[in-house]
Design a protein around this ligand. Structure first.
Ligand SMILES: [Zn+2]
Length: 405
């Protein structure tokens, strides 16, 4: 693909496409059409996801309405209670949550939610955006089922500027009114198979969904363009291994597409020798990395390959918060490529993730390197990467997948 063709794909897909939405389906169909243009047939592989439509989400602070978005899948309730700003995870901070609506910094993760439940919070407020930016954007968040485990507290997300104002003003009492319809919906992976001479398979993954405010150009249409580039490459080059390309849905909702794929295709996982994942490449600024959920030898190999090809890359051993992780958790070695931009040059999960941060030339160069690595793996006499996950990586998987704190 030429830099111009790459940038055209970014323009074609410059819309929000959250997991399970009609726009996600529209993008899946777009990817299938791009494969068809290359003379190859990709198909949809649907899976079930929780969905919700908010009817009412109101936050009042001492009677004043604060702009907010209600947490999806957090149930329907009205609750009024004292506001408490939870500043830390120490016991004294946590003990004060009882009977309060709790405002806290950062993301609603599994352990934070357990802390709220165990310490008797009756509702929660998160905030995002950046107090130094002019916009007043508020991301649409959800209470994931593996976080709530059926215990639903009402929650809202607000802009950082509102959070600061509430604390500065010394707000005493807040009221959350949340009403929503929750239902079972559908998200989907897009799968393309290229059989090889042998039974073993290399899987390629990249997610195509976005978060609620984001066109998801860098995160992660860039990875999908990477997959399209690899598809084009292998259409024209021989490969001994079978190749399977999976454009994953609902990654931003907790790696749901790759988790669903591994669960639904259990019987075929034994044939998969390697996952090559791409999550965010081709940005103007930033450095190239490879996160290897595999033996240390792969790290050295990629480092040598960078030297051979004259490409600057920083490989490391460890997991990546992306679709490589469910495969690694099934014992499949995974290498996840990413070009990390400094946060003051390109940010993600907000309205600033657009074509403006992308370089067609850098995209093409990153795809060339990944294709060179994939070609060597796909044409090796046997897959050189041992099919085992080192203990250090297993420990990271246990923490990431919430089996360990
Ligand atoms: Zn991503």
């Amino acid at each position: 693909m030429t830099p111009n063709q790459i940038m055209q794909i970014f323009r074609d897909t410059a819309y929000v496409r959250t997991g399970g939405s009609a726009e996600e389906l529209r993008c899946a169909e777009y990817l299938i059409a791009r494969c068809a243009e290359m003379g190859l047939e990709a198909h949809l592989d649907p899976f079930a996801v929780d969905m919700a439509t908010i009817r009412t989400a109101v936050l009042e602070a001492d009677g004043q309405v604060i702009p907010c978005k209600g947490y999806l899948c957090a149930g329907s309730h009205t609750v009024e209670a004292p506001l408490y700003y939870l500043r830390g995870s120490d016991r004294i901070s946590l003990a004060a949550c009882r009977g309060k609506i709790v405002l806290f910094d950062g993301y609603l993760g599994y352990w934070r939610y357990r802390e709220l439940i165990e310490n008797g919070a009756v509702g929660f407020i998160t905030y995002d955006g950046n107090a130094n930016y002019a916009d007043f954007d508020i991301d649409q968040r959800e209470l994931r089922s593996y976080v709530s485990k059926g215990e639903k507290l009402p929650g809202v997300n607000i802009n950082a500027k509102s959070a600061i104002a509430m604390i500065e003003r010394g707000v005493k009492t807040v009221k959350i009114t949340l009403e929503q319809d929750e239902y079972a919906g559908e998200s989907r992976n897009v799968v393309l198979d290229m059989p090889g001479e042998r039974d073993d398979i290399i899987v390629f993954t990249a997610h195509y969904d976005s978060t609620s405010l984001s066109q998801g150009t860098y995160d992660n249409m860039s990875g999908c363009v990477g997959l399209l580039g690899l598809i084009e490459y292998f259409r024209d080059h021989p490969h001994r291994c079978g190749l399977r390309f999976i454009f994953c849905g609902s990654e931003e909702r907790g790696l749901l597409g790759s988790k669903a794929y591994c669960a639904a295709h259990e019987a075929e996982l034994g044939k998969i020798v390697l996952d090559i994942n791409i999550d965010m490449i081709g940005c103007i600024m930033g450095r190239f990395a490879a996160h290897c959920s595999a033996e240390e030898a792969v790290v050295s190999y990629i480092s040598y390959l960078g030297c051979e090809l004259g490409v600057s890359i920083a490989p490391r051993q460890g997991i990546h918060s992306s679709d490589s992780t469910p495969f690694a958790d099934r014992g499949i070695p995974a290498v996840s490529f990413a070009r990390g931009a400094p946060a003051n040059t390109a940010t993600i999960h907000n309205a600033y993730d657009t074509i403006a941060v992308m370089s067609g030339e850098q995209m093409a160069a990153d795809i060339d390197f990944i294709a060179a690595f994939a070609d060597r793996m796909a044409n090796a006499a046997i897959c050189p990467v041992k099919r085992e996950i080192p203990d250090k990586v297993k420990d990271e998987l246990d923490r990431y997948l919430l089996r360990k704190k």
